[in-house]
Design a protein. Structure first.
Length: 132
């Protein structure tokens, strides 16, 4: 029996390498876009959590706006996030609204750099035992 050895010609290698050279950068860009989309979605989740923690802290009976601001900064530090600007707290007799802006790392230029979320929490009311 004779063995047939196949040889790849120089032109065969070049025609095979060209599509690979064109495909690799496209796949790399798609991977970067997928990673950046995940970063944005995570940032939205972090902003929601930070705003909710601040609103819940400020809505407690006897709490001040400073308690909400402290809770926002503590939660931001614990989650490793960065605020883009100071939080806003609006309080009324019935509810507390906290709005935060979280800065995101960017790998792709056309994605959001800052996400903003707000949380609205009803104020806790103390009802004396005799009035229950």
């Amino acid at each position: 029996r004779r063995r047939h050895t196949r040889y790849i010609s120089v032109t065969g290698v070049q025609t095979c390498a060209l599509p690979i050279l064109l495909l690799v950068p496209v796949l790399f860009v798609i991977a970067l876009i997928a990673v950046q989309a995940g970063v944005v979605l995570h940032g939205i989740s972090v902003a929601n959590h930070v705003a909710a923690q601040g609103a819940m802290a400020a809505a407690r009976h006897g709490a001040t706006d400073n308690a909400g601001i402290d809770a926002v900064y503590d939660t931001t530090t614990a989650l490793g996030a960065r605020l883009a600007r100071p939080p806003e707290i609006v309080t009324s007799r019935d509810e507390v609204i906290v709005r935060v802006w979280v800065r995101l790392p960017r790998a792709v230029p056309f994605f959001a750099e800052i996400v903003s979320r707000q949380a609205v929490v009803p104020r806790e009311r103390y009802v004396p035992y005799a009035e229950r």
